[in-house]
Design a protein around this ligand. Structure first.
Ligand SMILES: [Zn+2]
Length: 162
């Protein structure tokens, strides 16, 4: 069965940057509902369309296709007093600009700490990177009525409860 709208696709993938550094690799196949349900990056969905089980794929995603361009505006220096006493580099906080809607909140990662200030970065760790998404299609099946209703896949066999 070929990948078409309203099929559930299972695949194994590796995500690496353009230098070949491996960033992420699946242990078990992931599944998504194909056909514009935002189940996977649109560029990947486009490349997979019409492919069959067992076929390999290799998609290069520009930052805009993946986690966005790196935005310097999202790096902010805040007073140390706004943060808990025990913080360390790499910790993450959810927040937004003053008066921002909660829907616009981003995940900020602590990147620098001094006695008086904390620098946080709201960019996704992979923002600004061109990424290679490669892998193998391990399954294609028709979506169930429940999956179409929910707009997402319910696992490889369609019986995942949630
Ligand atoms: Zn569901």
């Amino acid at each position: 069965m070929k990948i078409a709208k309203d099929t559930v696709v299972s695949l194994r993938y590796e995500l690496s940057d353009i230098n070949g550094t491996l960033l992420e690799r699946t242990d078990d196949p992931i599944s998504y509902l194909h056909g514009g349900y935002d189940g996977i990056f649109p560029t990947v969905e486009e490349a997979l369309h019409g492919k069959d089980v067992g076929e390999k794929f290799a998609v290069t995603m520009e930052p805009d296709d993946a986690f966005g361009e790196y935005e310097h505006d999202l790096v902010r220096v805040e007073p140390r007093s706004l943060f808990p006493a025990e913080i360390s580099i790499g910790m993450q906080f959810e927040g937004g600009a003053e008066g921002a809607d909660e829907d616009d909140y981003a995940l900020y990662t602590v990147v620098d700490i001094t006695d008086s200030e904390v620098t946080v970065d709201g960019n996704h760790p992979l923002a600004g990177k061109t990424l290679n998404f490669t892998g193998t299609i391990t399954g294609v099946r028709l979506a169930t009525a429940g999956e179409l209703e929910h707009g997402h896949a319910h696992g490889e066999d369609g019986h995942h409860q949630h």
